[in-house]
Each structure stands twice: as C-alpha cells, then as structure tokens.
Design a protein around this ligand. Sequence first.
Ligand SMILES: Nc1nc2c(ncn2[C@@H]2O[C@H](COP(=O)(O)OP(=O)(O)O)[C@@H](O)[C@H]2O)c(=O)[nH]1
Ligand SMILES: [Mg+2]
Length: 358
Amino acid sequence: MKIGIIGLANSGKTTIFNALTGQDVPTTVYTTTEAQPHIGIVKVPDERVERLAQIYNPKKITFATVQYIDYLGITKGDMEQNRKVLEMIKDVDAVLHVVRVFEDEAVVHPIGDVDPLRDAETVELELILSDLDLVEKRLQRMEESRKRGKKIDEKEKAVLLKCKEALEGEQPLRDVEFTEEELLALRHLQLISLRPEVMVLNLQEEDLGTEKEKQLIKELKERFNVPVTALSGKIEMEIAQLEAEEAEEFLSDLGLKEPAMWRLIRLCYEHLGLISFLTVGKDEVRAWTIKKGTPAQKAAGKIHSDIERGFIRAEVIAFDDFISAGSMAEARERGLLRLEGKTYIVQDGDIINFRFNV
Ligand SMILES: Nc1nc2c(ncn2[C@@H]2O[C@H](COP(=O)(O)OP(=O)(O)O)[C@@H](O)[C@H]2O)c(=O)[nH]1
Ligand SMILES: [Mg+2]
C-alpha cells in the first residue's frame, strides 16, 4: 500500500512522516523547496504474524508494508507548482492530508494564520482544480482528434464530462459514484481527488484529547466526508525515535493507547477496505494485503501469477481456529481446516495453503 502525504507548507507533513516511519528527516520553520521526496517503508504491525512466527520459527518473517511519500506543500493558487507535487504521488492508494492546528509563532503559516477549516478547504480546492485542468486538457485533445477525423472513445468522453461537472461544482471525484468500467476509462489520468483520503489534524500537545479536538474532528468530518483523526506530530515524532519500552511509558503518561504510527495504518486499512491473509511454513511466515471481498483465486495471484493460473483449491483455516488447535495436524484432526474453491471470499486472518498445478 502506498500513501502520499499532502497539506500546506509547514502543516507538519515531514514531522508526521518521521513519526510514521521512524526516520529523522530534518524539518524546517521556513518553507522548503527541496527537490527530493522523502520515501519510507514500514511494516504493518500484525500480532498474528508474530504469533505464527513463534510457532513455525521460519527462516524469514515478512510483514505487509506501507510506503509513505512526503514531498512539498500544496500552494494556494499555484497550479504549476501543485502539479509538480501531485505528479510525485499520483499513483498512491490513499492520500493523508495533514491540517495544521498547532499554534507556533516561530513556524510561518503560508496563508498568515492558523485556520484548520480554511486550510483544508484550500488544499481540497487545489486538488479539484488540478484534476479539472487534467480533465479539460484531455477533453480538448479528444476534440482535436475528432476534428482530424479520428474516432474517439465516446465512453471515455462521457465519463470525463461527468468528472468535469462534479469538479466544476467543487466536488472531489472520490464523492462521485462511478462504475468499474468508468473507473477503468479514467485510470490513465491518475486523478488525485479520486483517491481515498484520510485527514490528520496536527495538534499541539495541550489540545490532545480536549473538547477542541473533538469539535474540530466532527466539523471536518462533516465538511469533507472523510475519516479524520488527530495527533501531535511533534510528540509522535519523538515517540517514534524511542525504544519500545520507553515509548510505552511515554504514551501512557500522555494517556495514549498506541503510537500514531499504528493507529494511522489501521485507519487507512479500514478506510481502503484492506485485509490480510497469511501463509505459513518453515521457510516463511508472511502477511499479504488484499481488498475485502477478494476471491481465493485472485488472492493467490498476489503470491504468484502461476498460483492464480493453476489454482486448484485453497486449504483455509481462520487464525483463531489454528491457535486454538495448536498445530496444523490437530486442526486437520478437528476438521477445522477447510478446502475452498476459487470463488471463496478470503477473510481477514485466514491462513491459506494454495494447491495449484502449472
Ligand atoms: N509546536 C509544534 N510545532 C510543530 C508540530 N509539528 C510540526 N511542527 C514544526 O513545524 C515546522 C514545520 O514542520 P514540517 O514537518 O517541516 O512541515 P511541512 O512543511 O508540512 O513538512 C517544524 O519546525 C516543526 O518542528 C507540532 O505538533 N507542534
Ligand atoms: Mg516538509
């Protein structure tokens, strides 16, 4: 899974990137213009994988991973610059939109003062304008082709017009209903407002867990129709640099249950409708990410296209059933191991052994 971090300059994107990845990229109080995006890959915490690794003691343990990309801020009214920023994250599965709530005189605000709702609106509008520009240019090119006597794809044109209308009404494309076919026709444009989004409010420590936090979350949720969560980027970045034991102590002092690193991954997983299935063995214990509702044969393709092609059956057991049985042999004995066909819908935490023939 790939997640792109966006927001205004100095909203705390890089700070939160550090918190999410445990990296230590320098942050600045002035607006940066550096050319390189920051990229961090982190494992998706999964107790099931750890438990299975204890049982199998495999040569290799592989967690599902998330890749975060942090680049420059979105600038109000600067389409050219914004396009450069968005170009960098156009193939992400989800967008993490950082909104500044923290007050700090030393940290310049690009619009002058701290106003979360206005800032979020500003960024959302820039995403919409950027998409509108792409859609209009594409329509123009199609029209030119048509004039030159070429046949154009009428289906694509229809869906582009549908996008244009929504975008002109300042509606992000993620709020528009599209058929699978329409989405396919749009795919090559890699429109950013089509991506699922999670909003993160970057609070100062004193505001954590307060009425102010609750109120803001409610307000932004209602306004933007996306999941909204809050954290203190600065604190979370410190936590991410600590050893596990120290981090736990620090968290409980602050009244937090877990680091934002975990909470945000879970939120994105839920919001994107992602689940994991597991494979086990002496060589490797591994988690694989799929979309909820994926049938067994397609899930097999995650591992290898040969397994998908030559799919015969899936031997499946739920993680909890496996743990209660204690071993595969015992699970088989108790009839907990099921043989499923290619249309079986894989469930979160299924341990699967694919039988295939190529
Ligand atoms: N007081 C305070 N400062 C923060 C917080 N998060 C980030 N900053 C500071 O704001 C400045 C800009 O942060 P940065 O992460 O570089 O913002 P970016 O431009 O969005 O990447 C840095 O000086 C950070 O230390 C926070 O939660 N509280
Ligand atoms: Mg930055």
